[in-house]
Design a protein around this ligand. Structure first.
Ligand SMILES: *Cc1c(COP(=O)(O)O)cnc(C)c1O
Length: 429
């Protein structure tokens, strides 16, 4: 047995911020010593089956030998070099791959360092495009409620206004135009009324709107809403009709998670600008990309500024690009669709929760499973229960959801579903 450095949780609790927590009364943090495949090992000796893929990212599971090897190889050659005035093979190879797997029209790539930053870049691209075209009045964004696009300020300004506390930041946050969240479910057709009110918003505001931004098919952190591909197709059509750019945020949905390589394929459409991140490096390092088409790339470059005003220090980081290349290769050579289908079938076990009176509904798409319950979950309480059952699941609000690594066995997915069933049945939430 390996020995691991002891984890000083007292220090952690007093001095270190964790995502979305108070410094006064933080939720407990569990000490993790190591990971392997779809398992997380705690310092208490507990071994947990991972249901979260570390927030959509670890699609191949942890410590995959091919990903580890690519990191070792690249680290011994060149971990980092500035991208200003310099280029290198890992970045070029990655951009070639991204152009080949994303919708055909997307052929210009900006490499950024996190999902939120890729959204910032996408917004800048859209604004600068219209400035270049001489339409300075097109300086607002339009989006749907229940969205989530990241925690930096411009990204936050297009997140759901309630979930991301827009009122608290009033006066500081730019104010954009919100339409209702998509109502028709994944397997439904939107009502004429839903489509009409969407068009009404375009009709009313298009002269001031640079771009419509939305997560395709799955609105994730804003409520795990799986919506109709016809709604998304309508958004594309309205963007064309009213001269508005379309930004799709595929940061969570990309790389197979919804059953298509990119979720926009469900609607058979392409955006003008696309953001990707999370699973891009197979959950090993932070890296994101903003892709766009010739119209936007050339349009914004022809204008007064001439250049896109963005350039992070770690842009195109070779180490992150190398492991992203290895992750995409792994996905393509491993028949990813068969894996997603298998995970999807195994998740049908979640349907058993429908028999529980406190369950509002169960929804499954690709390798995502959601159980919505009738009240906000007590996260600390339910996690204690989950740990006792040997699973790692972190709910939010009324949503208990899983998006496990694609390599998860059917048996392990059944264990995740079982733990969720018993947590609800035994009122452990
Ligand atoms: C996670 C996420 C982001 C933000 O990405 P970070 O890497 O956390 O900055 C943006 N949009 C969507 C849809 C996401 O799921």
């Amino acid at each position: 047995m390996d020995t691991f450095t002891a984890i000083d949780k007292e220090f952690d609790k007093k001095h270190i911020w964790h995502p979305y927590t108070s410094m006064l009364n933080p939720l407990p943090s569990y000490g993790v010593t190591h990971t392997s495949e779809n398992k997380i090992y705690l310092d208490t000796g507990d071994v947990l089956i991972d249901g979260m893929a570390s927030w959509w990212s670890a699609i191949h599971g942890y410590n995959h030998p091919k990903l580890v090897a690519s990191i070792h190889k690249q680290a011994s050659t060149m971990s980092h070099v500035m991208f200003g005035g310099i280029t290198h093979a890992p970045a070029i190879e990655l951009c070639k791959k991204l152009i080949s797997i994303t919708p055909k029209t997307l052929d210009r790539v900006f490499l950024a360092d996190s999902g939120s930053v890729s959204v910032e870049v996408a917004i800048k691209m859209a604004l600068q495009y219209w400035i270049s075209k001489g339409h300075k009045g097109k300086n607002k964004l339009m989006t749907a409620q229940k969205g989530y696009h990241g925690d930096t300020f411009a990204a936050m300004s297009v997140c759901d206004p309630v979930n991301s506390m827009h009122s608290m930041y009033q006066g500081f946050l730019p104010e954009h135009i919100f339409v209702a969240a998509p109502k028709a479910k994944f397997d439904e057709q939107p009502s004429q009324q839903e489509l009409d009110s969407l068009e009404q918003a375009f009709l009313e505001h298009h002269q001031h709107v640079a771009a419509f931004i939305i997560e395709p098919i799955v609105q994730n952190a804003g409520g795990m809403n799986f919506y109709s591909p016809s709604y998304l197709a309508k958004v594309r059509q309205l963007c064309n009709k009213y001269d508005v750019l379309l930004i799709l945020d595929e940061i969570a949905t990309g790389f197979g998670r919804t059953g298509k390589m990119f979720a926009c394929e469900h609607a058979g459409i392409a955006p003008d600008i696309m953001c990707i991140g999370k699973a891009l490096t197979g959950g090993t390092m932070t890296l994101s990309a903003t892709l766009t088409n010739e119209k936007v790339a050339v349009g914004l470059s022809e204008g007064e500024a001439g250049v896109l005003m963005h350039g992070p220090t770690f842009m195109g980081n070779p180490l992150a690009c190398a492991v992203a290349n290895a992750s995409i290769d792994l996905l393509l050579e491993n028949n990813w669709q068969a894996h997603i289908n298998r995970v999807n079938l195994a998740m049908a076990e979640l349907k058993r929760c429908e028999s529980l009176t406190s369950v509002v509904n169960v929804r499954i798409l690709g390798a995502i499973g959601v159980v919505e319950v009738d009240k906000a979950v007590d996260v600390a309480k339910i996690q204690r229960f989950f740990i006792s059952k040997g699973v790692w699941i972190r709910p939010f609000g009324k949503l208990i959801y899983i998006m496990p690594p694609y390599i998860s066995s059917t048996e392990d997915i059944h264990k995740l579903a079982d733990a969720i069933y018993h947590a609800i049945d035994k009122q452990q939430y």
